[in-house]
Design a protein around this ligand. Structure first.
Ligand code: 11C
Length: 347
């Protein structure tokens, strides 16, 4: 008894974490199908000690599949997610292809699990930097109301894929050896100029939009409003790439609706919030850091301070493993929610 699961993009950085997460959660799988683009087809991948050969994804690959976890890029999702749905599968899509479609729920289970009930076959998994932020902000919205969010991110290179991580390491080696190198991938594979990421900070993630914000920044703005059901929420983001391998960090400033709230009130609320681990004790130098978040499903929050001037303003530091809660774990968590809510049944 179990579900027929397909992982599309099984050889990628997120796909690999999806497989490890399905293993760790002991997800009830009857049959596992591993799919990829033509480029990676034929690769051998191990799941629960068994070797699988990754096949090229095609419309017919989805016959008999209950849930398909997609993480092979937007164009693959655009082409194949509707084919999977046509064949009866529920798609959990980790790309930005469908996130803002009005008939597609954009889900972070700790925040808006109930939105899953309205799905029409495709469920979107939000952007990694959005997910970790809304997990920490939702309990505050519920308790105090939320008016404004200003976030600056410090994002890890693995968010741009395994090849970008290899580029960062090659650059670091070259710099330490006093060798020349030519940046090839970052900041954005599909944009014109390439810049050094090793020993640098790059204020561009994804392409610039006409309004001067990058697409990554606009994802944080639009996805946050959609997930929290707050079209009126004021959100602004500045997204920066750092030479960190895994674990996105965010400096977040919020303004709540209520007066008289203290930093300690917020700490107490977040201490018991689902998916959140509070690490906030400056006297003992306890605060979240990306290196400590790797391999963990939680969202870590610390450095909570009341603003010096704004009575309703608070600052905090939010860190999470971008490949887990930011991607693979949130997708598998959605699959677990679908099962628990009776929206898919084991056969
Ligand atoms: C990054 N947030 O860190 C991106 C990766 O829309 O799912 C995830 C892109 C997305 O580069």
């Amino acid at each position: 008894k179990g579900l027929n699961i397909a992982v599309v993009g099984a050889t990628g950085a997120v796909g690999q974490q999806m497989l490890r997460t399905l293993e760790n959660r002991n997800f009830p799988i009857k049959h596992l199908t591993l799919l990829s683009s033509a480029r990676s087809a034929g690769t051998k991948v191990t799941f629960k000690g068994e070797e699988y050969v990754v096949q090229e994804a095609a419309p017919d690959s989805f016959e008999g599949i209950d849930i398909a976890l997609f993480s092979a890029g937007g164009s693959v999702s655009k082409a194949l997610a509707p084919e999977a749905v046509k064949r009866g599968a529920i798609v959990v899509d980790n790309t930005s292809a469908y996130r803002m479609d009005t008939d597609v729920p954009l889900v972070v289970p700790e925040v808006n699990e109930e939105d899953l009930r309205g799905h029409n076959g495709i469920i979107a998994n939000p952007n990694c930097s959005t997910i970790q932020m809304v997990v920490a902000l939702e309990p505050l919205r519920q308790q105090y109301g939320l008016n404004k969010v200003v976030v600056s991110t410090y994002q890890a290179v693995s968010g741009a894929g395994a090849a970008a991580v290899a580029e960062m390491k090659d650059q670091a080696r070259a710099i330490l050896n006093d060798e020349e190198f030519t940046p090839q991938i970052l900041p954005v594979g599909s944009d014109v100029k390439k810049y050094q990421i090793a020993f640098n900070a790059v204020p561009q993630i994804d392409k610039f939009q006409d309004n001067g914000f990058t697409f990554e920044e606009m994802k944080m703005v639009n996805e946050t409003k959609k997930i929290m059901h707050m079209p009126e929420l004021k959100v602004a983001a500045t997204c920066v790439r750092l030479p960190v391998e895994t674990g996105h960090s965010e400096s977040v400033y919020i303004e709540i609706d209520q007066e008289g709230v203290t930093a300690s009130d917020i700490q107490q609320l977040l201490e018991k919030a689902p998916g959140v681990v509070l690490q906030d004790n400056p006297s003992e130098q306890i605060y979240p850091m990306p290196a400590h978040s790797v391999g963990k499903n939680d969202v870590f929050v610390g450095r909570i301070r009341k603003d010096l001037d704004e009575e309703k303003g608070f600052h905090m530091w939010i860190v999470s493993d971008n490949l887990l809660k930011g991607a693979a774990w949130n997708s598998v968590q959605i699959a677990e929610s679908l099962l628990r809510m009776g929206l898919v049944e084991e056969k």
